[in-house]
Design a protein around this ligand. Structure first.
Ligand SMILES: *Cc1c(COP(=O)(O)O)cnc(C)c1O
Length: 429
């Protein structure tokens, strides 16, 4: 495949946009080469500026669980746009999506809409601090919660890909309130809690990690965190920006049966438009302005176009629960196929999968935390594999630390083509 026009567009973009991209993960800096510029998308396919048709596993980094340009979502947005694109006043549509989200997600009474996952996590932590009157937070190495200051400490895929886990520009004052724990290590969390007794507002985590590859929690990890929080009055925040409305209609809480105090959403909830949200039970949510003292706001929050897309997406998932089973099966099929061709070609690998999230790590060891993920990513095999796949029309996220997202639009024929391409790419490794 030829990517000439994309390279030209990238040259032009670099003159006026830092690095030519509006989000670092879109650059090919880690894997080498120029990023691909997309013209349009449909279902499981991207069509780029050179006229290539690519089977793709980025899916806008998660939102497009039903595939691109899903007709009901597109129709809802177009219809809504004709009636005005933003009012800065309440609309009935906001209540409709809130009612539906509260129905789908366990343990929440109220939800507030924002414009991104970053905003959702930032606001959730402010709310936790306001509610508890404590200042410190615990986060896990390799977990990503958006790019707000408190979280840019060992922050997962984007930052890791570019070798800058901790960003300049974050003050020491902010950094000292973020305590860093090891994912899947309960003892480590217990030590941190003990050493900072009475000072911790919340523990925030991806309940299934997706930003250091896909790393499911080991048995008892989430339950153990719940217990620690119950015993100490620390709030447990599940950042379900990636997993919400993907691993089940009710996210990880439903799938794994562990309750969080505050939930963060993004990605799928916006149906491909810029939406984030955070939610909790009444007692906590009523701490927010204008009812309570914790301030949080947004000019475009609850934007009618975004709500039309989000509502339509959630309604599709709510009304067709078999979708979750169907994408899980497709992901399992892909897992088995990839495993087979990598084995046949004697490529050391370990594949992590839960539901429709999957990641391939090129190393023998199991990947259970940030360290083991970074180790498997460091041998350069992923970069070769990435380009091998691309040459065969398969577009993976350009980083060894990213989860592959499976969409319902992928057919078994697409999956077979992917597995075949992986076999060809594996031969070159
Ligand atoms: C993507 C992501 C975010 C950030 O969301 P944005 O919409 O990119 O700001 C936060 N948390 C998790 C778990 C994510 O995957």
């Amino acid at each position: 495949m030829i990517y000439k026009r994309s390279s030209e567009l990238f040259k032009e973009a670099q003159k006026v946009i830092p690095g030519g991209v509006n989000s670092p993960v879109r650059a090919f800096k880690a894997v080498g080469g120029d990023p691909i510029f997309i013209k349009k998308a449909e279902g499981a396919y991207l069509f780029d500026e050179d006229g290539n048709k690519l089977i793709e596993y980025i899916n806008s980094w998660g939102p497009m669980i039903l595939g691109h340009a899903h007709k009901p979502v597109v129709d809802a947005v177009v219809e809504r746009a004709k009636q005005g694109t933003s009012f800065g006043t309440p609309t009935g549509l906001e209540t409709k999506i809130a009612e539906l989200a509260v129905k789908m997600v366990p343990n929440i009474d109220k939800i507030r809409m924002v414009n991104s996952g970053t905003e959702a996590c930032m606001s959730a932590v402010r709310l936790a601090r306001g509610f508890t009157g404590k200042e410190k937070i615990i986060k896990f190495a390799g977990c990503y919660h958006g790019h707000s200051d408190s979280f840019l400490i060992q922050a997962g895929s984007g930052a890791m890909t570019f070798g800058m886990p901790n960003s300049p520009g974050v003050t020491r004052g902010t950094a000292k309130d973020t305590l860093l724990a090891k994912y899947n290590d309960l003892e480590n969390v217990k030590h941190l809690v003990e050493a900072n007794k009475g000072e911790i507002a919340c523990i925030i985590l991806e309940p299934v990690a997706g930003n250091m590859g896909c790393i499911p929690p080991v048995e008892g990890f989430l339950e153990g965190l719940r217990k620690i929080c119950d015993e100490t009055g620390i709030l447990l925040i599940f950042d379900e920006v990636m997993t919400g409305f993907r691993l089940a209609a009710g996210g990880v809480q439903e799938r794994m049966g562990v309750k969080a105090d505050i939930l963060c959403f993004g990605k799928v909830i916006g149906g491909g438009l810029p939406v984030g949200a955070f939610a909790a039970r009444n007692e906590i949510m009523d701490y927010l302005a204008p009812v309570g003292p914790v301030y949080q706001a947004g000019t475009l929050s609850g934007n009618p176009l975004a709500m039309a897309a989000g509502y339509t997406m959630l309604k599709e998932l709510h009304d067709n629960p078999n979708i979750f089973e169907s994408i899980d099966k497709k992901t399992e099929y892909l897992h088995k196929g990839l495993d087979k061709v990598l084995k046949e070609n004697h490529v050391p690998h370990s594949i992590n999968r839960i539901g429709s999230m999957i990641s391939v790590h090129f190393g023998e060891d199991a990947v259970t935390d940030f360290e083991s993920s970074a180790k498997s990513a460091s041998n350069g095999m992923f970069n070769k594999f990435f380009h091998g796949m691309l040459q065969n029309g398969i577009y993976l996220a350009p980083s060894a630390f990213e989860t592959w997202f499976i969409s319902e639009a992928l057919t078994y024929d697409d999956l077979d083509k992917t597995i075949e391409a992986a076999g060809i790419a594996a031969k070159e490794l």
